[in-house]
Design a protein around this ligand. Structure first.
Ligand SMILES: Nc1ncnc2c1ncn2[C@@H]1O[C@H](COP(=O)(O)OP(=O)(O)OP(=O)(O)O)[C@@H](O)[C@H]1O
Ligand SMILES: [Mg+2]
Length: 270
């Protein structure tokens, strides 16, 4: 067990995590695109609860690593992935095409810019529920309300649930996308710089959601904002030129970086 110290002022946070319990195990992962070797021998264990931050300079492979976890790498022609990624009993790289939709529901992805479905606020959440076989109208309405409350969006939208999601602000759209992902029972939440297109208040709201959700989910957050990483990370994976250079509990990694590369990265404060 580790007591986490995870912000710039080194204030101890009460939550305790057992970093030896893993949601995801990655072994000898390599990703190639034609002649270029994008991810190199990545070995990584993602804790089963809390926020794991993928940190590193632009182009080091953070997004590619995230995409390989839910097989979005399949969508890039010429990309080849080898090695092993295990989610519990499931071998992700061996998952059949027919099961990819469920895999991607288990590993909900929040991207840099929100992509609400071109339908109403209500239907953005109801859509996934119907796909999962929930048809009872009262049950759907109850779940829509529950998940909108879960992301603190309910009060802002309860009087206009039938209006198009595209009319929401970008920050509200991002919270709607988070609610949509939560409605289909994910096992993990993947987030690729989810606040980079948002204003500071909307960013803070997303961060607050993550701090709440990390009690129940394993969250992977890609960021190159060091301050955000220090605020949120329980576990840190530092990447550089396609390799994982360091990984460990946030307090250890931030206060005692082992490599010169990370020491310099932390000093420059990207
Ligand atoms: N579809 C693709 N085809 C070819 N090369 C790619 C593709 N996607 C990523 N790459 C290359 O892989 C490397 C890692 O890219 P990636 O987007 O994973 O980095 P990143 O760490 O997420 O960067 P950033 O912080 O700028 O988002 C880069 O050199 C990039 O050019
Ligand atoms: Mg990226």
């Amino acid at each position: 067990m580790n007591t986490i110290i995870n912000n710039a002022q080194s204030t101890p946070v009460k939550t305790e995590y057992n970093f030896s319990k893993h949601a995801l195990k990655i072994e000898q992962l390599n990703v190639y695109h034609e002649q270029s070797h994008i991810l190199k021998n990545v070995n990584l264990s993602i804790p089963s609860k809390g926020i794991t931050v993928f940190l590193g300079p632009s182009g080091c492979g953070k997004t590619t690593l995230l995409k390989s976890l839910n097989r979005l790498t399949d969508l890039h022609a010429g990309m080849r992935v080898t090695g092993s990624i295990r989610l519990g009993e499931q071998d992700i790289l061996a998952t059949k095409n027919a099961d990819l939709a469920r895999l991607r529901q288990k590993m909900g992805l929040l991207s840099q810019r929100p992509f609400p479905l071109p339908m109403s606020i209500f239907d953005n959440i109801a859509f996934g529920l119907r796909i999962q076989g929930v048809y009872n109208k009262t049950e759907i309405a109850g779940k829509v309300e529950y998940h909108l409350k879960q992301v603190a969006l309910w009060d802002e939208v309860k009087d206009r649930l039938k209006s198009p999601a595209s009319r929401l602000s970008i920050g509200q759209q991002q919270r709607l996308c988070l609610a949509r992902g939560l409605a289909v029972n994910p096992e993990m939440i993947l987030a690729d710089e989810p606040t980079s297109a948002l204003d500071p208040i909307s960013s803070r709201k997303i961060e607050e959601q993550f701090e709440e959700l990390k009690k129940d989910y394993s969250i992977i957050l890609v960021t190159h904002m060091l301050r955000q990483a220090k605020r949120l990370a329980d576990y840190v994976v530092f990447m550089y030129f396609g390799e994982v250079i360091e990984q460990g509990p946030a307090d250890e990694v931030f206060t005692h970086p082992k490599t010169r590369t990370l020491q310099e990265y932390l000093l420059v404060g990207h």
